[in-house]
Design a protein around this ligand. Structure first.
Ligand SMILES: [Zn+2]
Length: 486
C-alpha cells in the first residue's frame, strides 16, 4: 500500500516537474527589430480615401442590381488619384473593373510578390440607415475618424496600397523583385470574375509568387483572452464553405388525423441530430501556431496551460467553444440557416426543406462533411445535396517562409508594441483563388479591431481613425520596401 502511494507521489512529482519545464522553455517567438523612420503621410491621403468611399462599388445580392456606372466611376477615380501608378506601372484590367498593376523589378530572376485587396463593398441595409451615426457613402470625417462602407473592408487595402506605391514611385524607388497589386471587384460575391480571372492570367504567364498578401487577419486589441498587448493576427489559412440541403417528401393530409410522423417531424429530428453531434473540436494547424506564438506572452496559469496543451487540449477547446467566434476556430461549424415547410395551420405539409451551412476546418473537405452528415442522419427518406456555393478549406501556409518573416518584421517595425501570431481566417477571401500560383498566402490588413468596432464588418457604422489609416499606408510602404528589395 505504502509502495503504491510512494510511486503515485513520485509519478505526480515527475509530471509536475515536466510541466514546469515545458512552461519554462515556452519562450517568446517575437522578434526584435531596430527602429525605422516611417514615411511621413500627408493629409491629402485622407481626402483621397474619403473620395473613394463616396463611390458606391457595391456587390449586390442580385446580379441585376449591379451598378456598372459606379464601377466605371471608380476606374476614373483610380486613374486621376494615382497618376504615377497609372502611367508608370503596367496596368491591366479584367472584366472592366478588376485591375492588376505590375511594377517590374530590376532582377527578373526573383519571384514576384503579390499584394491584393478588393474594391467592392457589401450593401447597406436600407432600414438600418437611421442607425448609422454618419452616412455610409459620404466619406465624412468626424472627430478624426473617417466613416463609411469600405473603410475597413476593404478599400483600406486598395487605397492604402496605392498611396504607398504612389509615394514610392514619386521618391524614385526601384524594386529589385517584381511587385503586383491585384484588386478584385467582386470579392463579396465570390471573386469568380475578378481575382479568379486575374490568377488565370498570371498562371498563363507562368508566374509563381514568392508570397501573396490579402485581407483577413487584423491587429486585435482587447479581444484575445489572457493577452493585454495588441496582436497582429496573420491569417495562414481560411475555412471552407458548404451548405447542405436536406429535404423530405411524405404524404401530407389534414391535421385532424396526423400520422405518426410528418415531413416536418422527420426533418427536425435530423437537424437535432446534427446539432447534438458537432464536429470534433481540436487545436490544429493555424491554431497550434497561434498558441505557440501567444502562449509564451501570457502569464501564470494561462501560460502553464498553453505550454502543456498536450495534456490540457480539452480544457483549452472547452474555453474556446463557449463563444461563437472561439468555437469557429476549433471545429467545422454546423449552422441551420433555412427551414421551410407548410402553408396552412391545419394542413400537414408534404414537403419540408432545410439548409445547414458548414464552415470547414483546413484538412477536412466538403465531401467529408457530406459523408458525415449522411451517416448521422441515416434516414433514406431524407435527400441530402450540396448547395451551389462552395469552397474547400485553403492550404495552410508556412510560418517559416520568407513571406511570413517579412510580414512579421514589417509589423514589428510599424506596430512595435504589437505581438505577431499566425491565425485561421473564418470567413472567405479572394486569397483562396491564388493557390494555383502561390504556396505562401497570407491574410492580414493593417488595422486595429477592438470590441468597439468589430461588429462594423459588413455591419453598421464602419469607420477608421484617421491616424490608423495613415499608419496603414506606412505599413504598406514599409512592406513594399521590405518585400521587394531582396
Ligand atoms: Zn473583404
Amino acid at each position: 500500500m505504502k509502495r503504491i502511494f510512494q510511486t503515485l507521489v513520485l509519478g505526480l512529482a515527475l509530471l509536475l516537474l515536466f510541466m514546469g519545464y515545458k512552461t519554462l522553455t515556452f519562450t517568446s517567438q517575437q522578434i526584435q527589430v531596430g527602429t525605422v523612420d516611417l514615411v511621413p503621410v500627408e493629409d491629402q491621403v485622407i481626402d483621397r480615401f474619403a473620395q473613394a468611399l463616396t463611390i458606391k462599388t457595391i456587390s449586390p445580392e442580385n446580379e441585376s442590381d449591379f451598378d456598372s456606372l459606379a464601377f466605371f466611376q471608380f476606374n476614373d477615380y483610380l486613374k486621376t488619384s494615382f497618376p504615377l501608378a497609372d502611367s508608370l506601372l503596367e496596368k491591366k484590367s479584367f472584366k472592366h473593373f478588376s485591375h492588376l498593376y505590375q511594377w517590374k523589378g530590376s532582377d527578373p530572376s526573383l519571384n514576384p510578390v503579390i499584394l491584393m485587396a478588393h474594391l467592392d463593398v457589401v450593401p447597406v441595409i436600407e432600414e438600418n440607415l437611421p442607425d448609422w451615426k454618419q452616412p455610409p457613402f459620404e466619406g465624412k470625417i468626424v472627430n478624426d475618424t473617417l466613416w463609411g462602407r469600405g473603410t475597413i473592408d476593404d478599400k483600406i487595402g486598395v487605397i492604402g496600397l496605392l498611396e504607398a506605391t504612389e509615394a514610392l514611385l514619386s521618391s524614385g524607388f526601384q524594386p529589385k523583385r517584381t511587385l503586383y497589386l491585384s484588386f478584385g471587384h467582386d470579392e463579396e460575391i465570390g471573386g469568380l470574375r475578378g481575382a479568379k480571372v486575374i490568377v488565370e492570367h498570371l498562371k498563363a504567364q507562368g508566374i509563381a509568387a514568392q508570397f501573396v498578401l490579402d485581407e483577413g487577419g487584423t491587429i486585435s486589441q482587447n479581444i484575445i483572452p489572457g493577452i493585454e498587448k495588441d496582436v497582429a493576427l496573420i491569417g495562414i489559412a481560411e475555412k471552407g464553405y458548404v451548405s447542405l440541403e436536406l429535404s423530405v417528401k411524405k404524404e401530407g393530409g389534414h391535421s385532424s388525423m396526423p400520422e405518426k410522423e410528418s415531413a416536418i417531424d422527420i426533418l427536425s429530428t435530423a437537424i437535432v441530430q446534427l446539432k447534438n453531434n458537432p464536429f470534433p473540436a481540436k487545436l490544429a494547424g493555424p491554431i497550434e501556431g497561434f498558441i505557440e506564438n501567444i502562449g509564451p506572452e501570457m502569464s501564470g496559469i494561462n501560460k502553464f496551460i498553453f505550454a502543456n496543451r498536450w495534456l490540457f487540449e480539452s480544457i483549452i477547446t472547452g474555453v474556446y467553444e463557449k463563444t461563437g467566434s472561439g468555437n469557429a476556430l476549433v471545429r467545422t461549424t454546423t449552422a441551420p440557416t433555412l427551414f421551410n415547410a407548410g402553408i396552412k395551420d391545419n394542413v400537414i405539409p408534404q414537403n419540408a426543406k432545410a439548409t445547414v451551412n458548414f464552415r470547414i476546418m483546413p484538412g477536412e473537405s466538403s465531401s467529408r462533411v457530406l459523408a458525415r452528415v449522411q451517416d448521422l442522419v441515416n434516414d433514406p427518406r431524407i435527400q441530402i445535396s450540396k448547395g451551389r456555393m462552395q469552397s474547400e478549406p485553403s492550404q495552410v501556409s508556412s510560418t517559416n517562409s520568407k513571406g511570413f518573416n517579412t510580414l512579421r518584421k514589417t509589423v514589428a517595425e510599424v506596430y512595435p508594441d504589437a505581438l505577431v501570431a499566425p491565425f485561421l481566417v473564418i470567413g472567405g477571401t479572394d486569397a483562396k483563388h491564388f493557390e494555383p500560383i502561390a504556396n505562401d498566402i497570407y491574410r492580414f490588413s493593417p488595422m486595429i479591431i477592438n470590441p468597439a468596432n468589430i461588429k462594423s464588418f459588413h455591419g453598421l457604422n464602419e469607420r477608421i481613425a484617421v491616424k490608423d489609416f495613415k499608419r496603414a499606408v506606412q505599413f504598406y510602404h514599409q512592406l513594399i520596401k521590405n518585400s521587394t528589395l531582396e
